[in-house]
Ligand binder design. Sequence first.
Ligand SMILES: *[C@@H]1O[C@H](CO)[C@@H](O)[C@H](O)[C@H]1NC(C)=O
Length: 573
Amino acid sequence: MAVFRRSRIAPLLALVATLFLLYELDFSVPHPPVRPAPARPALHFTPSTGFNWSTAELFFPVKPLTPLPKGPRKQLPKIQHNFGKHARNDAVTEARRLMVRDAFVRSWESYKTFAWLQDELKPVSAGSKNPFGGWAATLVDALDTLWMMDLKDEFYKAAQAAVDIDFSKTEESGVNLFETTIRHLGGLLSAYDLSGEPALLAKAVELGEMLYMAFDTPNRMPGFWLTFENAKQGIQKAGTYDPSAAPTSMSLEFTRLAQLTGEDKYYDAIDRVRAFLETSQEESLVPGMWPSQINFADQSVRNGNTFTIGALADSLYEYLPKMFVMLGGREGSKSYEKMYRRAMDVVSERILFRPMIKRSQSEAPLLFAGTLWIHEAGPSFVPEGQHLSCFAGGMFLLGGKLFGIAEHVATGEALARACGWAYAAFPTGVMPELFNLVHCGPRDDCAWDEARWAEKGDPRLPWGFINARDPRYLLRPEAIESIFILYRVTGDEKLRDVAWDMFQGIMKSTKTEYAYSAIKDVTAQGETIKEDSMESFWLAETLKYFYLIFSPPDVISLDDYVLNTEAHPFKRT
Ligand SMILES: *[C@@H]1O[C@H](CO)[C@@H](O)[C@H](O)[C@H]1NC(C)=O
């Protein structure tokens, strides 16, 4: 298994040499405090020119509106470890933080040069593309990271460009509601929460007014696309087979918008989706969970037969504990907490599994999240890991801390560590998009079985892996996201070394002349093949989480902020 035991010596030598050099230099960058609102705003709001969505006719209005839960902030349990003065803040950590920042600056400079105001940079050909309406997705997504990294001049230039965006102008007939909400609306709201610049909130409201129109359907469930003409004519309908995460993962953004504007209508919109989730939780083929495809038009969860916390369903689950935090525990019925607890009981029992690995591969327990199919003949479980489901470690950790469930903290740790482990298992130091493992069974541990491995496993892959069904790495954040949250929750300094190994793997295998690119195959032994794609979450999420794990733990403390599914921090109130 040469591929598994990749050499640790060379990177170690490189690190020692780097550190020696850095000890000789003054490399300190001030840790930017999160600033209060500016006395004099630096940005000038430019309204969109075309159709004014805030005066658009509503064909399915609702009365009365469900109001945002108010009242004094509840004292919620602390999420972060009590670091005191004990967080390691040495030259090694500082050097790593700066190298992450360098990778960000390098990507950002190329975006500015070759793709300014476009959605994405093409990091191999130095071109650009516009998969999200052509409203500068990478720029809007990167604003809060620019702020955190103390690139303030760049922040203000980019933020001015963001508040100049004309959301009435696009080549498209509509927008992807989920993506525009988590990237653009989330990005504008968090940039406002960090900088206090009123123009950013004004732009968020303008966009929010447009996105709000997607809820103008007969049953107030939004569709997957907001199609402008349909919205103007009052002929929108929810989808009959839509990804379950899409309409259900707008709650944090719309709640923050309601909090900042005092407008209950934004909260009302997403609270109707919550009510549907609540009433349907026991009605699916796997009671307690929701399928990955839902009929939102008929409000039925019976026709979906795939159950996963990965692709299509992920942030539905992620937002349950996060909404509890965003509402400051004020929601009287504790609906989000109840849904979270019930769903995670079922997930723990039917979705999570232990891989069959050699004891020497990991001392810590590892858990992955698989997929459960319900067929006429009965259920079948696929022990398939996904990069996307690596967020689950962070979710269990948050839920475990918030609701005082020690078992969830342990589960979250095992899930997060499994993703870190899978990175280290591949020759590139990066984990594939989709892979199958030899599994032990739900939750049980099992001993290494050489015969079973010989029969099922692929000897070219690391021990325990059956295949890398989709061997790409798309610059995704979910693994470092959970390692970061595990660090902030436990204070285990060794996690920063895990993160550093992951970062080096990504740097080594994704670097292009201009920036960093999605790659075709993480099982490659030598040079990797680049796909000429750099999605906006590279700057919004992946590099942000790497930067934060090497920052002092009070920078974007999880006790002060809740991060949306695109890693945009919203202030807790
Ligand atoms: C759109 O309408 C709202 C509500 O009447 C108004 O406050 C806003 O200024 C209008 N925006 C533009 C660009 O005219």
